[in-house]
Structures are given as C-alpha cells and as structure tokens.
Design a protein around this ligand. Structure first.
Ligand code: ADP
Length: 247
C-alpha cells in the first residue's frame, strides 16, 4: 500500500499561543477515505490546511505525495503540492463574474496551459459527473448552494488531483441540499480517490470512511474503523462527543 500523506508529530501555534496542533501523527493511504471529526476548535481545519501548504508548521515532519511540507518548506514545495492536492471549503469561493464553465476551466487553462477546447470538454464531463451539466452557462448566483458546492468540487477535480481535501463542505448548506453534495463525494470515494474529509455528517462518515480520526485540543484522540468508532469508540472523549452529536 502506498502512503499518500505521512504526518509525524505536527505542531502549529497561532500567535495567541494556543497549540492548534499539538503533536499530530497520522498516515493516509492512497485510495483511502479518512474522515476527521472532533469538536469545534480541535484543530481539524488547521490540520487539513497543512496538507496543501495553506498553513505553515512550527514543528514535525509532513510528507504529501513525496513532497516535504515540514516546518522549513518553501514556496516551491507548496506550488508543487497545490497542483496535486485539490481542496473544497465550507464556502464555495466561486468567481461571481465568471460562468460555471469558466470557473472550472480557469486554472486548467492558466496554470496547466491546457487548450481551451479540451479544458471545456473535461469541465463538461465533470459537471455531468456532478449531475449539473445544464448549469454550465449560468453564473454562480443563479445556482443553489448545493449546486455551487458541486461546481467547487468539479473545479478542484479539473486539475486532476491525486488527493482531495474537504473542510466541512456541507456546513454552509441548507439541510435539503446536503445530500446532493455528499452523494457527489460518495461517488468520488467509490472511484478510488484519496480523500481527507472534515465533517460532522455521521451517516456519511459511517458509510464512506475507511477510518475515522477523532481530534480534541490539537491532538488525535483515536483513529478507528467506522464500525468501531460509531458503535464502540475506544476513548471516553470520543463517546461523549458522539453522544452530544446524536442528541
Ligand atoms: P476546528 O477546525 O476543529 O474547528 P481549527 O483548526 O479551526 O479547529 O482551530 C484550532 C485552534 O486554532 C482553535 O483554538 C482556533 O481558535 C485557533 N485558530 C484557528 N485559526 C486561527 C487563526 N487564523 N488565528 C488564530 N487562531 C486560530
């Protein structure tokens, strides 16, 4: 099995001195779906942002797809990794003045120098895969949140990433729009994409995760297969969190 991400003893402090990451060690295998759960402020977002160089580290070693992103990494490593690791955020961050199609083809054309016609063809395939092909010529404001988030996923996939990171991708959506985004992510997982997903969606985690990692106060409390985590979590802190989530 190939390891896509190997993190060893990651430490990150923000200026106020709180350790957002306080010695995090984990591995993500190629083709694996790792779901990261934990209370607000436990360091989940900081952790996955380090995986594509959006956060610098204060300590530890981080290897993403063979590129070292540890405390001493430079701009070159970050650029190398951003081309290979896609990320989807809570907010969709689409360009409001560009059509859906142009939102998706912008980076392939500008960054990867792909020909316009081939970038557009790939974009249409991805929109099809996301179930929103008919939205291609509209603008973001004309789409629902769930549709916009699926565009954001298609936009990340247009760069042919080897790993996809999701930071609470359904948290900003109306409840009735959550399922369509989770379905798109489920399809992606089935296709073998390596994924790290921060989410509070318990049934998604239970069904799609290969492993669930539970964090609290910048530390990994436990990493278990979903069946164990949801029915018989090893740690008291995990069980308490799950209890609160279910009530
Ligand atoms: P989570 O994603 O689990 O909610 P975060 O990674 O966002 O957790 O935050 C972890 C800790 O780091 C929290 O104490 C949070 O207040 C702090 N933190 C996060 N981002 C910043 C920032 N940009 N500046 C200062 N503190 C931050």
């Amino acid at each position: 099995m190939t390891v896509a991400i190997r993190a060893t003893d990651l430490v990150k402090s923000y200026s106020q001195g709180v350790r957002a990451l306080d010695g995090v060690t984990l591995e993500v295998n190629s083709g694996e779906v790792l779901v990261v759960m934990g209370p607000s402020g436990s360091g989940k977002s900081t952790l996955i942002r380090t995986f594509n160089g959006l956060e610098t580290l204060d300590g530890g070693a981080l290897d993403v797809l063979g590129v070292s992103l540890d405390a001493t990494h430079g701009e070159r490593q970050v650029l190398a990794i951003r081309k290979r690791v896609g990320m989807v955020f809570q907010q969709f961050n689409l360009f409001p003045h560009l059509s859906i199609l142009d939102n998706i083809t912008l980076a392939p054309i500008k960054v990867q120098q792909r020909a316009k016609a081939s970038a557009e063809q790939r974009a249409m395939e991805l929109l099809d895969q996301m179930g929103i092909r008919e939205q291609a010529y509209k603008y973001p404001a004309q789409l629902s949140g769930g549709q916009q988030q699926r565009v954001a996923i298609a936009r990340a996939l247009a760069l042919d990433p080897e790993v996809m990171l999701f930071d609470e991708p359904t948290s900003a959506l109306d409840p009735e729009r959550v399922k369509e985004v989770l379905d798109a992510m489920r399809q992606l997982a089935k296709g073998g994409m390596t994924m790290v997903v921060v989410t509070h969606e318990l049934s998604f985690a239970r069904e799609v995760a290969d492993r669930v990692m539970f964090m609290d106060r910048g530390q990994v409390v436990e990493t278990s297969d979903p069946e164990t985590f949801f029915s018989n979590a090893r740690e008291e802190r995990s069980r308490r969190f799950l209890n609160q989530m279910q009530h």
